[in-house]
Each structure stands twice: as C-alpha cells, then as structure tokens.
Design a protein around this ligand. Structure first.
Ligand SMILES: Cc1ncc(COP(=O)(O)O)c(C=O)c1O
Length: 438
C-alpha cells in the first residue's frame, strides 16, 4: 500500500485530490477522468515493453497488448470516422512533432500555424519550440476583432508556400471554419493538419463541426474535452489517404523509430476506455452542456462589463481581456486561485504586455461540467469572478519592467491574506462539495 510504503507521496496525492475537489477547476484544457480510466492507468500494463505495432513488435509477450492497442485504434476510427489512427504518441507535443517528422524535411519543410500570442500552440511552429527550430515556420494572426481574416491568411500562405497549414487552437473561443482552411491549403498545395486537442470532445458530441471531411491529418490529445488519460491520437482522413496513401506508414515510422521507443500500454488501455465512454449518449449530453455553460458564463461576464475576445464563446472556453478592468492577467489568475477559482493567465490579441504578465485570462467549462454544474451555477460563478476581479483591481502591476517582479511578489503575498478572497474560497469550498468529482 502506498499509504504505508511511501506516506510522503501518498500524502501529496491526497492533498492534490482535496485541492481538485474544493476548487472550481476552470483551466479549459483540464478535466476529471473517470475512475475507470484512472483504474486502467494504474495496472500491470505499465510493466510491458511493446516497441513496434500490433503483430509487428520487437519484443515478445505482446499478445494482450496487441489486442488492447487494436481495440483503441478501432474505437478511435469508429468514433472520429477515419480510416487510420496511431494511438502511441505519448502526449500532444510529440504527436504534432511526429506529423512534421513524417512529412517534412528538417530545416527545409515549412509549417504555417497560428501565433502563440494569438491562441496557437507552441507546437504549431513557434520559434521557441522544436517544431519551429527543426523546421521552417511562418505564423498567422487574428484580426483586431479576435476573428480570422481568411483573405490575409490566404495571402500569407500564397507568399510563404508552407508544406503544412495547421488549424485548431489553444485559446480560441469560436467555431473553426475547417472548410475555409482547407480551401487555402488546396490553393497552396499544403497539407491541412487540424489539431483538435481542445475541442475533440465537442466534435464527438456533435457541438462543433468535424475537420474530418476537410483536413488530411487530424491530431488530438485525449485528456482535454475528450476526458481521457494524458495521451494523443494521430489520424489520417480519407482525404489525406487519397492525397498520399503512404501517410499512415510515414506517421507510424515517425513515432517509432523516429521519436519514441515503447508505447505506454497502460495509457493505451485507458485511451480505449475513454473512447468507449466518449461514444455514449451520456457523453453527447456532456458535450452539449459544456457549450451551454460556456455561453451562459460568457453572457453573465459580459453583463459585468468584461471584454471577451471574439465577443463571447461558442465552444468550451472564454478569453477575457482585463485591460478595461485595470487588472493584469497574472494578478487576476493569482487572486482567483486564492478565491478557489483556477484559471490561467493568457495573452490577448495584440497584447502590449509580455507573456509572463499578459493582459488576459483564459477559462473554460469542461471540468466543472463533468461535476454536473449547469447554467444556474454559471450565474453564481460569474458573480464570484466579478467580485474577485473587483477586489484585485486595487493591486496594480506596473506596465514598465522595472521593479515589476518584486512588486508581483508583494502583490501575491498580500492577495494570499486578502479577507474577501479567502471568504469567497470558503463559500466555494461549501459550494463544490455538492458536485462530486469522479
Ligand atoms: C492545441 C494543442 N495542441 C497540442 C497540445 C500539447 O499537448 P501536451 O501538453 O499533451 O503536450 C496542446 C496543449 O495544451 C494544445 O492545446
């Protein structure tokens, strides 16, 4: 028993369990996986080495693991309606790197993705990421209204001639027009990669259009709205197969021997469980409720005068520009955490502040919806957020770099003792006790 053999780790896990229970988890990329998924993760499958693919392994003893991996693949193919899937990428970053490794020549191939500053992901070709270091990249932006200017994106694609155009984002509150991205990719001869990590659960639930008819390759993590274990799926669509029948082979080789050794078989089993859960009517209802909650929350926050990027939310997340509230995003995220609401600081389009002290926060409804919260609860949560931000507005962070780090330290220590925030945290602790975590 962990409790007796390693009480230190046991105690830390219990502390984290308590934290997750007593706060409003509103980081849009987080969720609560089911007990069954966690159960599959903590099994003897952890002990096996299975380098290779089902029926083509480098190690003996993989009869059971082959069945598990084939099951996960078949479930994913059925759920997303694709002819090919690789379930071995250990997480989202390596999943995208695998696609680029499969398709591009190092230092020559070019990726075109949304800039991180506008809601793209590091692995969509940002210069700080291996994807922007080992491959060429060019980045597109959002318009001033927080929406895509497709004519501008098309012009950039025609000029830069990327090999892969990436759509699918990390901090975008709208519906993605996959067809428009596909038209641009076709015009410029690029592959279209849709990274739907954030919205996979919404796609499965039918509340966001699927990229499958339009993209050549679709990638997704399995631990966000899909509510599974940490992990990833790399899928090739019928369109992708028609374009290049070798795509599956290239992607398989990019994973192993290209980037990884043995897959995490316990993770594969948990992905299979997640895919079964995601194919139920209950999951559909869950996806519908995520969006209803996000829209309701966005509407309530707007009533309090919050400025939402894109004007609201059509998916699971909300991006707030706090400039008009005169609160820095880092201060807001910290104050909200003290009060029991966990979100992340986030850059907003055309942010004048640096990434560590951005002007906004990002929050979402996947995890609180898992706990059974509905529109009524969103009204309450918006009220709490407004109270916290009002309280935080008396803590000003200078726009100027000089002395900012020290000042932030001071602000944090004062926020930690703020009576109003601590009182809200108490209310939230009582409130969240009514909504069980899996
Ligand atoms: C769109 C997108 N792609 C990829 C990733 C990377 O996933 P991971 O953190 O599992 O490497 C993320 C994670 O936030 C993401 O939002």
């Amino acid at each position: 028993m962990l409790k007796t053999k390693d009480p230190t780790v046991y105690k830390l896990i219990k502390e984290e369990e308590k934290r997750q229970r007593e706060v409003l988890e509103m980081i849009p990329s987080e969720n609560y996986a089911s007990k069954e998924i966690l159960e599959a993760l903590g099994t003897v499958l952890n002990n096996k080495y299975s380098e290779g693919y089902p029926k083509k392994r480098y190690y003996q003893g993989n009869k059971v693991v082959d069945e598990i991996e084939i099951l996960a693949e078949e479930r994913a193919k059925k759920l997303f309606k694709v002819p090919y899937v690789n379930v071995q990428a250990l997480s989202g970053s390596v999943m995208n790197l695998a696609v680029y490794t499969a398709l591009l020549e190092p230092l020559k191939g070019k990726i075109m993705g949304l800039s991180l500053a506008f809601g793209g992901h590091l692995t969509h070709g940002q210069p700080q990421s291996a994807t922007g270091k080992f491959f060429k990249s060019c980045l597109y932006a959002l318009g001033k209204d927080g929406k895509f200017d497709f004519d501008e994106i098309e012009q950039l694609a025609l000029k830069e001639k990327p090999d892969i155009i990436v759509c699918g984002f990390t901090a975008y509150p709208g519906i993605i027009d996959f067809k428009r991205f596909a038209d641009i990719a076709e015009k410029t001869g690029a592959y279209l990669l849709a990274d739907v990590s954030h919205i996979a659960g919404l796609i499965v639930a039918g509340v966001h259009p699927s990229p499958v008819p339009y993209a050549d390759i679709v990638t997704t993590t399995t631990h966000k709205t899909l509510r599974g274990p940490r992990g990833a799926l790399i899928m090739v669509t019928d369109k992708g197969l028609r374009k290049d029948p070798e795509l599956p082979k290239k992607i398989d080789s990019a994973i192993i021997p290209g980037l990884q050794g043995g897959p995490h078989d316990n993770q594969t089993a948990a992905i299979a469980v997640c895919l079964k859960e995601a194919s139920t009517p209950g999951f559909k209802r869950y996806g519908v409720q995520i969006v209803k909650n996000s829209k309701e929350l966005a509407g309530e926050l707007t009533k309090y005068g919050f400025k939402l990027i894109g004007g609201g939310s059509d998916n699971h997340l909300i991006l707030i520009d706090l400039t008009n509230k005169r609160v820095n995003g880092a201060v807001a995220a910290f104050a909200l955490e003290v009060a029991g609401i966990v979100v992340n600081k986030n850059a907003v389009p055309y942010d004048k502040m640096p990434p560590f002290y951005p002007s906004g926060i990002r929050l979402g409804t996947p995890a609180i919806t898992t706990r059974g919260m509905k529109e009524e609860e969103m009204v309450k949560i918006a009220g709490w957020i407004n109270d916290v931000i009002s309280e935080a507005s008396s803590y000003r962070l200078p726009e100027d770099k000089v002395g900012r780090k020290e000042m932030f330290k001071g602000i944090k220590s004062s926020l930690q003792k703020n009576k109003k925030l601590l009182a809200i945290a108490k209310e939230i602790k009582i409130f969240t006790a009514r909504y069980p975590v899996p």
